[in-house]
Design a protein around this ligand. Structure first.
Ligand code: NAD
Length: 297
């Protein structure tokens, strides 16, 4: 059986390497982005160049979107020249952006009226894992739709079906809360070591293999030691995710005091202009407050 043709929309930090991996795996692919530069790059890598989101949709079997936030996905689907204009019954939309679960459910309902199924399938792992095709993928939707799309998702990482539409996004909110609090405490605790006169890099080497070790610790502490906050995952995108975490939590009368506190730290950094830095830049908040830097001398 020949491989389905994929329409890929959103070629940013994550989308571009993901689309390249699908081309490498032999999938025919048509792509579109508002930004011309990554569109040229994916065309060089073997994709057909789309001229609009509707054009992409009208010329493929399965559409993947990898866009910043809920309003971007709503616009990409429903605005003039959008995905909805090019859709036909039997197609599947896999939205891999991290957006509010209620928005995914709303879009899925509208698409179902057109005979189109949808999966919400946000990811975790960042640019490196997007490149290596090892993303954690949290999927919400119908089981048979998941089964149809699994061979494609397997190229991008490790997909797990967690429930109905919206469940992928809910799982991502849980993930983003854990990551935010983890990064914050990495900076908070390492600075204690520094103030007490012990080299934070040696502390890192000593404890990374123990119970305090984590993916966040391993990935973000070295960035703090070199003060390298090139994204990576932009601070403003993590604030976007925590906005979705806290609004969902509040709607459910659920308390998340640690996440709320870290959100305030991130907002402080945003107000100071640190919108595009990697979220590992949370260390900047603690460094300013304590008057010491984690950067190796
Ligand atoms: P990004 O800002 O680098 O890329 C988004 C791309 O979407 C841009 O190229 C933009 O031009 C394009 N775009 C926006 N609106 C569009 C539209 N209407 N039509 C066509 N293209 C449009 O973002 P990213 O870092 O690649 O993140 C994408 C999603 O993945 C976000 O939801 C983010 O939260 C999530 N995510 C990111 C990371 C990371 O480390 N960067 C990790 C996990 C999850």
């Amino acid at each position: 059986m020949s491989k389905p043709k994929i329409g890929f929309i959103g070629l940013g930090i994550m989308g571009l390497p993901m689309a390249k991996n699908l081309i490498k795996a032999g999938y025919p692919l048509i792509a579109y982005d508002l930004n011309e530069k990554p569109l040229e790059e994916i065309t060089q890598a073997g994709a057909q160049k789309g001229t609009s989101n509707a054009h992409v949709t009208a010329n493929c079997d399965i559409i993947i979107t990898m866009l910043p936030n809920s309003p971007d996905v709503q616009k990409a689907v429903f605005a003039e020249g959008g995905i909805a204009e090019g859709l036909s019954s039997g197609q599947i939309l896999i939205d891999m952006s991290s957006i509010a679960p209620l928005v995914s459910q709303d879009i899925a309902k509208k698409l179902e009226e057109k005979g189109v199924e949808m999966l919400d399938a946000p990811v975790s792992g960042g640019q490196e894992k997007a490149r290596s095709g090892t993303l954690a993928i949290m999927v919400g939707g119908k089981e048979d739709t998941f089964d149809t799309c699994k061979p494609i998702l397997d190229i991008l990482g490790n997909p797990v079906l967690v429930g109905d539409i919206g469940a992928g996004g809910t799982t991502k909110l849980v993930n983003q809360s854990i990551v935010a609090v983890n990064i914050a405490v990495v900076a908070e605790a390492l600075l204690l070591g520094k103030k007490a006169g012990v080299d934070p890099k040696r502390i890192f080497d000593a404890i990374k293999g123990g119970l305090a070790g984590s993916q966040c610790f391993t990935d973000k502490a070295p960035r703090m030691f070199s003060a390298n906050y090139d994204p990576g995952f932009r601070m403003k995108l993590h604030v976007k995710d925590l906005t979705n975490v806290l609004s969902t939590s509040q709607a459910l009368h659920n308390a998340m005091p640690l996440t709320a506190q870290v959100m305030e730290m991130m907002q402080t950094l945003m107000a100071e202009g640190h919108t595009e830095v990697d979220h590992g830049g949370l260390a900047l908040f603690y460094e300013k407050m304590n008057g010491v830097s984690l950067k190796e001398e």
